[in-house]
Design a protein around this ligand. Structure first.
Ligand code: 0RA
Length: 638
């Protein structure tokens, strides 16, 4: 029988039911109980402080990861109200932490509290999913504190001292009986806080990881807002205009902030946010932006005789080639749609964004004719390349329709035709390909050997890619098309496994293939179908002992410390080709014993940055990146 410090009336029994439900079905509130869900707890608490900043009362948020994976979030806002609620007889602060969705009533009331989606579920959800939580408030001359265990109050709000400052501090330990892991990933959190700081001009956010000897920390504050964001995204790219085009305006109660800049790259990089939430699926704000770009550039090109009447219009995708843009809108009652509820549905937003961008962009183009000319020249050549790509694609389609076998000649296919159980190994080099063909289980494993120099898609337009003799076999083997034609439901293999040597050349071919998948078959990456095989680095053999394979240098040291160095033969594998078919099967291909690394797309922005650096023209950042991430490059996980 549990004891409570104070009496509960009928209302609060309902409250307890609510938080019990959160613990029973955490996924409904925070998406999942994986590390993703764990990180959401932190974002939720920080979002509340960001709301206080948006309301104009908070200028600094400090986040610390303490030893033991305790999170501490402190802000210098007004402090959560401490007065007693007339009806519930408990403090407003305690209500916020114990009542589901109380945030709206007591929240910072910036007016842009988000309903639905993964954010905005409220502090009470974090509380319910924490082993303990402790909230300290400075306000009205006092220092107040309250404590909770698994969402239940163990110390109601109590004045524990005086203070002449204001602010809120929350410390919590996530519940290890609910989450798969409590190990926060510092890099992921840092990236999100950088993003939050970009999205809230002038707000300072600091983060510090105190879990190990080597303390990691960062502080972000950007007076340029989204202008700084675009400059950051483009830092390793060659820019066409010196500064981003910047728009900040409020129209019909919808604040809009947009920055965009053209680069010489071929990809399109547009990130959109609603109430600081990344709208991965886009929506009406993105539509409005795209429409304005297409219309304004076409109008300008016609008016200045860059396009002749007979030329027809430039298409949207031609105009977006090489663009980097960030769009942020604040919407009072956002409707989120789409598979992951990250697509804005409010239809009035499209027109608002479109007219703001129309006006700002046409002014910019009139004032910067040389930039306008440079961008439009790029658009026109993108349009020619698109036309060439369409012809190339049709040729591929027609060829496929005519020939009875559309599979590449080098592919050794598997016998099963059930995609879920089939895998294709894309193998570097003919000799390794030969071993793999002999070593595989031909029922479900197909082998596609690649050889020779692989195309760098980062430096080529689509037409080159459709025609490329190295990539065509990959496209045909996967069987689901490419680019905007890509159809994930048509993939022929559930697992697409890149198997390359554990050396610099192997890393290079792996990165080239990953870049290709990321730019031209992104759903394949998003859906988790891309894997990296992990061939061993060493074989330890000794008379009378079963061979031991080591996949890392640490494993080698570990094994040598167990069994000792006497009479041991250490073979270092320089390439897959050195293994015979049986060894390749046992170490790298047998599902029972192999190690596969799944390539995940946690963060498209980070992936874009990595590929720009690794595959682009600028040598300086590439060297820096490789030096800083030597181990990553070997084991790239975008
Ligand atoms: C509602 C009203 C007021 C402050 C807050 C909410 C508030 C909430 C959080 C959550 C984290 N940090 C916060 N800081 C402030 C103040 C109302 C007033 O003083 O008039």
């Amino acid at each position: 029988m549990e004891k409570f410090e104070h009496e509960y009336n009928a209302d609060q029994i309902q409250v307890l039911d609510g938080l019990e439900h959160v613990r029973k079905r955490p996924g409904m509130y925070i998406g999942s109980v994986s590390i993703r869900g764990l990180h959401h707890l932190v974002y939720e608490i920080v979002d509340n402080s960001v709301d206080e900043a948006l309301a104009g009362y908070c200028s600094h948020i400090k986040i610390e990861i303490e030893p033991g994976n305790i999170i501490c979030v402190e802000d210098d806002g007004r402090g959560i109200p401490v007065d007693i609620h007339a009806k519930t007889k408990i403090s407003a602060a305690e209500t916020v932490y114990t009542q589901l969705n109380a945030g709206g009533k007591f929240g910072g009331d910036s007016g842009y509290k988000v309903s639905g989606g993964l954010h905005g579920v409220g502090a009470s959800v974090v509380n319910a999913l924490s082993t303990w939580a402790e909230v300290t408030i400075q306000r009205d001359g006092g220092l107040f504190q309250m404590k909770f265990e698994r969402g239940k109050t163990v110390q109601p709000l109590t004045r524990i001292g005086d203070s002449d400052k204001t602010g809120t501090k929350v410390r919590f330990l996530a519940d290890d009986t609910i989450f798969e892991t409590l190990e926060y990933d510092y890099e992921t959190l840092e990236n999100r806080f950088r993003e939050m700081a970009f999205l809230t001009k002038g707000l300072s956010i600091s983060v510090e990881d105190k879990r190990s000897e080597e303390v990691k920390k960062a502080e972000f504050c950007f007076d340029g807002g989204l202008n700084s964001f675009v400059e950051y995204l483009n830092k390793n790219k060659e820019k066409i205009s010196q500064q981003p085009i910047y728009i900040e305006k409020e129209d019909g109660e919808v604040p809009v902030e947009i920055a965009f800049q053209y680069t010489t790259a071929y990809s399109e990089n547009i990130y959109s946010f609603v109430n600081n939430i990344n709208t991965i699926e886009g929506g009406t704000h993105l539509e409005g932006f795209k429409r304005a770009l297409t219309k304004t550039f076409n109008d300008y090109a016609k008016a200045h005789n860059i396009l002749k009447e007979k030329d027809g219009n430039l298409q949207g995708e031609d105009i977006r080639e090489g663009i980097t843009a960030v769009i942020s809108v604040k919407v009072k009652e956002p409707q989120f749609e789409g598979q992951t509820k990250t697509k804005l549905g409010n239809s009035n937003v499209a027109g608002i964004v479109q007219s703001l961008v129309n006006e700002a962009l046409s002014n910019f183009l009139e004032e910067n004719p040389s930039v306008a000319k440079a961008i439009l020249e790029k658009c026109v050549s993108a349009s020619r390349a698109r036309e060439a790509a369409r012809k190339a694609r049709e040729l591929v389609r027609r060829k496929n329709a005519l020939e009875s076998t559309t599979l590449p000649g080098k592919l050794a296919d598997c016998s099963s035709k059930i995609p879920e159980e089939c895998e294709v190994y894309i193998v570097e080099g003919d000799s390794a390909g030969g071993s793999a063909k002999q070593g595989r289980d031909r029922k479900f494993q197909a082998i596609l050997p690649l050889w020779g120099k692989m195309l760098n898609v980062e430096k080529s337009r689509a037409d080159k890619i459709y025609n490329n003799d190295k990539l065509q076999p990959v496209i045909l083997a996967v069987g689901a098309g490419i680019g905007s034609d890509f159809d994930i439901t048509k993939i022929r293999y559930g697992k697409v496994i890149i198997m390359a040597d554990a050396d610099v050349d192997g890393a290079h071919i792996r990165t080239l293939l990953l870049t290709f998948f990321f730019r031209y078959m992104r759903p394949l990456v998003e859906n988790g179908n891309v894997f990296l095989a992990q061939p061993p680095l060493y074989k330890l053999s000794k008379r009378g002992m079963k061979d031991i394979y080591c996949y890392t240098d640490d494993e080698l040291t570990e094994n040598l410390n167990n069994i000792g160095k006497d009479g041991i033969n250490i073979q270092r594998y320089k390439g897959l080709g050195e293994m015979n078919p049986e060894q390749l099967w046992e170490t790298t291909m047998n599902p029972e014993t192999r190690i596969l690394v799944q390539v995940t797309l946690e963060d498209a922005m980070k992936a874009d940055e990595i590929f720009t650096i690794l595959m682009g023209d600028e040598i300086g950042p590439r060297r820096e990146f490789i030096e800083a991430n030597a181990k990553y490059v070997k084991n790239l996980d975008i």
